[in-house]
Design a protein around this ligand. Structure first.
Ligand code: 5GP
Length: 217
């Protein structure tokens, strides 16, 4: 399609232009409520899908294969790395996590938005990778979720009752250095109130739905 230069009074034509789906990258330390917020956003909006990552971490109680993660062993993970199946992968708190290209592309190709809950290392890898692509770089947005405070974060990690003391300590230490990276993100959401954080994130996503750069002109 060409740019609608001749449109004078009828702007309804604009709606016919195909929009690219966007990659919404969400990071934040463990215990910030990131997964809860992401789940609420995808449940409420059929135009946003969640990218299910692969991990070598064992499943927690209640986690579902193919919904929360694809739980795989290290040798399978290494195979996927070798065959270049990941957009990015990283070692987070001693386990491997990776975003499958197939998982993201299947949604983007249909014009849907895809939400990636990934750590800071993974987000920065994607930031570098998309820089060189003039189209994809317009379709990636980076959102960082901050907890109300570090003590609030510690409380949430403990209340989850899913991790050992050693894991909690590791995650708290990592959280402090992850939080330092929030200025590299485009948007910040502070989760001092879950409903407000979900609605803030929804507003951010709605705003980039309206960007002219997302239209194929
Ligand atoms: P959890 O073990 O609590 O589910 O996740 C630990 C961390 O790994 C979280 O910060 C989460 O965002 C991150 N993570 C989950 N999937 C991926 C992924 O595919 N790539 C990267 N780099 N990080 C991920």
């Amino acid at each position: 399609m060409t740019r609608p230069t001749s449109m004078k009074t009828d702007f309804s034509d604009i709606k016919k232009y195909r929009k690219l789906g966007s990659m919404i990258i969400v990071s934040g330390a463990s215990g910030t409520g990131k997964s809860t917020i992401c789940r609420a956003i995808t449940a409420a909006d059929s135009n946003i899908e969640f990218s299910v990552s692969c991990t070598t971490r064992p499943p927690r109680n209640g986690e579902v294969e193919g919904k929360d993660y694809f739980f795989i062993n290290t040798s399978k993970f290494n195979e996927l790395v070798k065959s270049n199946e990941f957009i990015e992968y990283a070692n987070v708190h001693g386990n491997y996590y990776g975003t499958l290209k197939s998982e993201v592309l299947r949604w983007l190709n249909t014009g849907k938005n895809v939400l990636l809950d990934i750590d800071v290392q993974g987000a920065m890898i994607i930031r570098e990778k998309v820089k060189a692509d003039p189209i994809i770089s317009k379709c990636v947005e980076f959102i960082f979720i901050l907890p109300n405070s570090l003590s609030d974060l510690e409380k949430r990690l403990r209340n989850r009752n899913t991790d050992t003391e050693e894991v909690i300590q590791k995650r708290l230490k990592a959280a402090k250095s992850e939080i330092d990276h929030f200025p590299s993100y485009d948007y910040l959401v502070i989760n001092d109130n879950l409903d407000k954080a979900i609605s803030d994130m929804q507003s951010i996503i709605n705003s980039f739905e309206s960007k002219t750069s997302r239209l194929f002109l």
